[in-house]
Design a protein around this ligand. Sequence first.
Ligand code: SAH
Ligand code: MG
Length: 222
Amino acid sequence: MAHHLRGSSGTAARPAPEVLASFEAATGFMPVDEGVAVYAAAVEAATRTGLPLLEIGSYCGRSTILLAAAAREAGTVALTVDHHRGSEEQQPSWEYHDSTLVDPEVGRMDTLPRFRRTLHAAGLEDHVIALVGRSPQVAAVWGAPVGLVFIDGGHTDEHATADYEGWVPHLAAGGLLLIHDVFPDPADGGQAPYRVWLRALAEGFTEVSVTGSLRVLRRSGG
Ligand code: SAH
Ligand code: MG
């Protein structure tokens, strides 16, 4: 059972029913219990820091819906980074491939059109800035602090490590680091996000909550 973040009212913020319905209808990989935890963490981080929330791995906008709704709630904005060409495991003939997401003219995946429709349908377009590009390239030119970093991009060591190293320097003191697909047991999934989680703990982050494969950690200070 998940332990949740508590707001000043003593209860964790929950997504409104229509937000949750949009999330459940969206294409993507996040289960509902983890989504509810992402939303609670996002409201907490945005309220505490007053800063934008940053996601790596927009895909079709499923988890972005929750960050955008939290940003709307707290009066800030959600930033989400993706090249929209898919991760290794989403390419043709791989386990997580969805052939409806291929641009036939280009012959490659393109999740941006579905992402845009999803955020439009959820009524949350005005609360999201989509950054289309490779995460390390965007991180290298990014120049402002963020209140939350959610790592849900490429799942190789190369990509997960680059996401951590690129974006953690932009995370404000007291802000939250969320890592998805953390599997301590190799039988449950790839180990790269787990190794990033271990590194974050070794580098001074404090664990806040665990929900399924989602880990929420806080950067010290603030
Ligand atoms: N958060 C989504 C799932 C993300 S899937 C959900 O809730 O459903 C992972 C995404 O990361 C893919 O869309 C892929 O294109 C993107 N990605 C992988 N490596 C990346 C990189 N280096 N830079 C930017 N995006 C990347
Ligand atoms: Mg994931």
